[in-house]
Design a protein around this ligand. Structure first.
Ligand code: ADP
Ligand code: MG
Length: 327
């Protein structure tokens, strides 16, 4: 089974940032509103994600590390309206097959925490008592230590950390209600307090997308039936190379969706010069039954059931907004 895990790891775990993504998504699925991430050496030495979520019960620790063990889908109809981020039940098994993984967790019902260790290919999981507040810490040491070919593909610490930082940025823009802290080699790189008011959200956008973006961008909001779009948008006249900020989300998931990007470009039309890029942070929200998120394992693409309708709504909502910004 460990070979199968390592093969699956090839799909799920491309680089340290993919490990961080899986761990943080698990924390979000567990209802955490405080997530601290420690990285050493671009993640090749250490990735630690600590959350204050629901925790994992002692008797479920070993199961959490086994393949296709997910607590998030209990029947087939669930598959059709996935709202949690993880649902394949293979991330932890995959990651632990290519690293030295320690899982420490405590649920509110338990008065003590438990820790499970798993290492490499012949992973023997051992469970012992530990100290930890309610929530979960997952520590991933020496990523790819047993798959040297993959380890060779890692770039410099700086590049790998850059991917992690970009990921946290994207996630922090999708969950304003969560406090985030990101440390690299013992230094705090980002510290974001939970944002609940419009002003606090705007402050977070400024911290993540830059002051210039936050000053130029206008808040927009539009709804058609059950489809809604909101976020921040910069007028073409103010779009400059220094405003590099293009983030879009579908039902809270970060996306690089072709249809959505196409619609955004179309709304900007030919008002941008060749050097200009649209600048936006946009959130599309619709009935989860109207989207398939299970299209690609990296989960960056979705399939809209009513693609035409969604596309045209986005074009018209954003065109309207841009026209209003002009006048
Ligand atoms: P998936 O997220 O697809 O269910 P994973 O391999 O990522 O699969 O995680 C396996 C299981 O371990 C999850 O279904 C969940 O029950 C548990 N789990 C993992 N991380 C956490 C966490 N941070 N907090 C609570 N439970 C967790
Ligand atoms: Mg998961």
């Amino acid at each position: 089974p460990q070979l199968a895990n390592q093969i699956a790891a090839g799909e799920v775990v491309e680089r340290p940032a993919s490990v961080v993504k899986e761990l943080v998504e698990n924390s979000l699925d567990a209802g955490a509103d405080q997530i601290d991430i420690d990285i050493d050496k671009g993640g090749s030495k250490l990735i630690r994600v600590r959350d204050n979520g629901s925790g994992i019960a002692e008797q479920e620790l070993v199961l959490a590390l086994s393949r296709h063990a997910t607590s998030k889908i209990t029947n087939l109809t669930d598959l059709e309206a996935i709202t949690s981020l993880g649902f394949r039940g293979e991330a932890l098994a995959s990651i632990s097959s290519v690293s030295r993984l320690t899982l420490t967790s405590r649920t509110a019902e338990q008065d003590a925490a438990w820790q499970a260790n798993a290492e490499g290919r012949d992973m023997q999981v051992t469970v012992k008592p530990a100290a930890h507040p309610v929530g979960t810490s997952i520590e991933v040491l020496d990523l790819f230590f047993n798959t040297p070919a993959r380890r060779k593909f890692l770039r410099t610490d700086k590049t790998e950390f850059g991917h992690i930082d970009e990921l946290i940025k994207r996630l922090a823009l999708s969950r304003y209600d969560v406090s985030w802290q990101l440390n690299h080699n013992g230094q705090t790189v980002r510290r974001l307090k939970a944002a609940t008011t419009d002003e606090q959200r705007h402050k977070r956008v400024a911290a993540l997308c830059g002051r210039a973006f936050a000053e130029q961008a206008a808040f927009i909001e539009n709804q058609y039936g059950e489809v809604k779009i909101w976020g921040w948008l910069v007028h073409p006249a103010a779009c400059s190379a220094s405003l590099q900020c293009q983030y879009s989300y579908v039902n809270g998931r970060m996306m690089r969706d072709k249809l959505l990007n196409h619609a955004i470009r179309q709304a900007y039309g030919d008002s941008l010069t060749a050097e200009q890029q649209p600048a936006f942070v946009l959130y599309l929200e619709l009935d989860p039954h109207q989207v398939d998120v299970n299209v690609h394992p990296a989960k960056h693409e979705v399939r809209f059931h009513q693609a035409r309708l969604v596309h045209d709504f986005v074009v018209s909502a954003l065109s309207d907004a841009l026209r209003q910004l002009q006048s």
